[in-house]
Design a protein. Structure first.
Length: 340
């Protein structure tokens, strides 16, 4: 018995020596994973935005980054909700400023998630109007892009953002570069009231107004009524008469020596900018906006409005509101010309 165990041990030693002599290790399996590396941290897919080690400023910046860069719709939505709560707090917590937040989140106007777009609008409404006004031109650029989006839900949400912008900064919206004519062009693409294309009668659609290639034949009356309603609000802001400035004895000297209170006060001169076309021009006063509107858009919008009024329902009621806005602007314009 002892001799047999001794023979087995000798055979085992001989096998190990033979293996060392060959110098070739055993082939690894196809699903072999090397676990010899060392890592200082592990990153998981689902990350939490709450970190007790971060202060309020870092948490705000972390959520701002998640709102823009996260691939998860839920994370973007929750991050926007956090930002809204921080900006709405008393006192508000916004370490990067309103302009910094807008620069980051404005691309989300065309986000594919409806929940994200809803939270984004809530974030916009929480921002101070006085800090939104200097950024109107930048906001309008993204809003007009969303108004021309192929997805109808994104177009509808863009109109809601424009309504908020007109409410908080109506004068800046209609007077900034491109704010008047370019926005009217966007409305014409959505409604089909475009004077530069041929007239075609819709057979299957809800309306018999002018059609464009960007508008599908079948429309939702509620959405169309909403577009007309916001268009009426936009035109009302553009046709609103300017408030006369009160006389003060120091007004003459203040105009000469006091620093301007508005950003880019001489922007309407476009001294150092690229040459603008008619659509990109600034129309800073009511008279210039009415003049270019009468020349380019009054006939087309009036024609489309009359067609919408014949449909009745919610579309007809919205068209009636638009009709009052147009008639009011026309009457005021005539009175100004007669007095002049």
């Amino acid at each position: 018995m002892g001799s047999s165990n001794k023979k087995k041990k000798e055979k085992k030693k001989d096998f190990q020596k033979a293996k060392l002599k060959v110098g070739k290790a055993k082939a690894k399996a196809a699903n072999f994973t090397d676990t010899s590396f060392k890592s200082k941290s592990i990153v998981v897919n689902q990350q939490t935005v709450a970190d007790e080690d971060l202060d309020a400023t870092e948490q705000f910046k972390q959520n701002l980054s998640l709102a823009v860069n996260s691939k998860s719709d839920n994370q973007r939505r929750d991050a926007l909700a956090y930002l809204t709560n921080q900006i709405s707090a008393k006192p508000p917590n916004n370490p990067v400023g309103t302009s910094g937040v807008l620069t980051k989140v404005l691309p989300l106007v065309s986000d594919s998630s409806a929940a994200v777009r809803t939270r984004l609008l809530a974030l916009f409404r929480a921002m101070p109007p006085s800090e939104v006004q200097p950024n109107v031109e930048k906001i309008l650029m993204y809003v007009r892009g969303a108004m021309a989006h192929l997805a109808k839900d994104i177009r509808n949400e863009a109109v809601n953002v424009l309504e908020w912008l007109v409410e908080v900064a109506g004068d800046e919206v209609v007077s900034c570069p491109g704010g008047w004519l370019k926005t009217l062009n966007s409305f014409s693409s959505m409604l089909g009231w475009n004077p530069s294309v041929g007239v075609s009668m819709s057979v299957k659609g809800w309306t018999t107004s002018i059609q464009t290639t960007l508008i599908v034949s079948k429309r939702i009356p509620e959405a169309q009524a909403r577009h007309i309603q916001v268009l009426a609000q936009f035109l009302a802001a553009g046709f609103r008469a300017e408030k006369p400035t009160s006389y003060t004895p120091q007004a003459y000297w203040d105009n000469i020596y006091r620093l301007p209170a508005t950003p880019n006060p001489f922007g309407y001169l476009n001294l150092f900018g690229t040459p603008r076309d008619e659509d990109s021009e600034m129309y800073p006063d009511r008279a210039s906006r009415m003049r270019v509107f009468d020349a380019k858009w009054r006939a087309a919008i009036t024609s489309g409005m009359e067609g919408a009024k014949k449909e009745g329902g919610v579309v007809g009621r919205s068209a009636a509101t638009l009709d009052k806005t147009l008639k009011g602007s026309l009457d005021e314009g005539l009175s100004v010309n007669i007095c002049g």
